[in-house]
Design a protein around this ligand. Sequence first.
Ligand SMILES: NC(=O)C1=CN([C@@H]2O[C@H](COP(=O)(O)OP(=O)(O)OC[C@H]3O[C@@H](n4cnc5c(N)ncnc54)[C@H](OP(=O)(O)O)[C@@H]3O)[C@@H](O)[C@H]2O)[C@@H](O)CC1
Ligand SMILES: Nc1ncnc2c1ncn2[C@@H]1O[C@H](COP(=O)(O)OP(=O)(O)O)[C@@H](O)[C@H]1O
Ligand SMILES: [K+]
Length: 482
Amino acid sequence: MYGVWTPEQVRAAEEPVLARTPEGALMRRAARGVAQVALAELARRTGGVTGRRVVVLTGAGNNGGDGLWAGYELRRRGVAVTAVLLSPDRAHPAGLAALRKQKGRVVTAVEHGVAAVDRADLVLDAIVGTGASGGLRPEAATLADAAATAGVPVVAVDIPSGVDPLTGVPGERSVHAAATVTFGARKPVHVLAAPRCGPVTLVDIGLGPELPPAPVTVLEAPDVGARWPVPAPGDDKYTQGVVGVAAGSATYPGAAVLAAGAAALATSGMVRYAGSAADEVRAAWPEVVATDTVGEAGRVQAWVVGPGLGTDDAGAQTLADVLDAGLPVLADADAVTLLGQHAELREKAAGAPVLITPHAGEFARVAELSDDRVGSTRRAAADLGVTVLLKGNATVVAAPDGRVLVHPAGSAWLATAGTGDVLSGVAGALLAAGLDPWWAAGCAAFVHARAAEIGADGAPVPASGVQRALPAAIRAVREEAR
Ligand SMILES: NC(=O)C1=CN([C@@H]2O[C@H](COP(=O)(O)OP(=O)(O)OC[C@H]3O[C@@H](n4cnc5c(N)ncnc54)[C@H](OP(=O)(O)O)[C@@H]3O)[C@@H](O)[C@H]2O)[C@@H](O)CC1
Ligand SMILES: Nc1ncnc2c1ncn2[C@@H]1O[C@H](COP(=O)(O)OP(=O)(O)O)[C@@H](O)[C@H]1O
Ligand SMILES: [K+]
């Protein structure tokens, strides 16, 4: 696992390090890291570096300074470097002098910059970093657009300019990077807008001891694989945690089949189903013990409730029954809507081991959702007293105690109907196995996204295909944990 820190925290950590290191040393180290990545990109894309053309889009702050010093390093390796200065009077003096001394070309008119970008092999985006405010200004945007139009790959310095460093929300015109080089610590943009950043390289500039505990965590395969529940020699079907699924309806039996099947594939042991899709569930998953009502279901260690349930009185009663059982509960889809509608259901859930898994629309029914998805999810968890998983390309999970994780999906294949039902079955099974809701959510989101990649393998995959790929995904993360 690794941490993510806010730009403000990174700036605060930089201060003491800057104070005890020679002037400019940090920036030089950062710039060498940028140059290394740029050289590797040039070599990979063009087969060499000498004589290749790199354009540095240079803002007036320290981000621009990084770019100029990286240009200096590239010149020393024989690269033809042109710096386009967006604020010629305020360009980083030492960086600019160094680049000029190495015979780097410097232009200031935007049209000359655009012409240079058109002919470039690679662009370095050193327009703005953590000091960004608002979307890109027009001249900067013109240059960023020129790179996109010409199809020239961009290496972003610290962050892709025009994308909000804290929320990851891209401005109307903003940089789409092929790779990003960041310094000291990863920032929220790198995981909330991962597709905008490309692969992120972290350059160590010695901030480690100065950083506070990470406000946001990202799980990696070994974290998930090591926690995935598997049967021990002394186990039987009951001891591993029985999961109950209260989902589906006459109108939506598919949701029950997807959730119950996913639960059966996620962990060993046993799955019970309670609801009006019992026949369909039995037909698809003969190992699932299916009954018509929660009351008849028998003992379970956690409930999944909500997918396809309906939001009528019967649905509300089912949710109330499940919450009254006092067990861990995963509430998804219609169960989230019902929580939004009924204060007494929210009261039952508050403080209990409940995990809710809304998409943005469902989230807005229980809490306020702003562009700051991490902040919104953290607040919702604290206010509702339950763990919240906000779905999307980057999944955000917050526990009421303030722990937050983000899972950046490696692809968007999950954007298809029914995949949320699969996720609920997986997360519910992990709750039944005894994982705390935050870990259950994080591990489920990870394996779910991996299953989508395996199931898709380059072509669209429906939710049932994602469900079928769960064993391969679990196998893969367990393998990576060895
Ligand atoms: N501290 C350190 O030791 C180290 C710091 N490091 C580096 O410093 C970076 C932070 O530098 P920073 O604080 O100087 O701010 P920075 O990101 O360059 O932005 C300010 C400039 O951008 C401009 N600008 C603002 N918004 C804009 C927009 N929307 N569109 C266009 N322009 C916009 C703004 O213009 P102004 O408002 O002044 O006119 C000003 O000129 C950090 O990301 C990392 O790369 C590394 O070297 C490691 C060591
Ligand atoms: N663009 C995307 N990239 C990656 N994952 C996505 C994307 N859009 C949706 N997802 C994921 O797909 C799933 C969709 O769930 P949900 O909206 O509940 O669908 P349904 O209700 O049809 O089952 C969630 O896990 C969500 O995080
Ligand atoms: K940048």
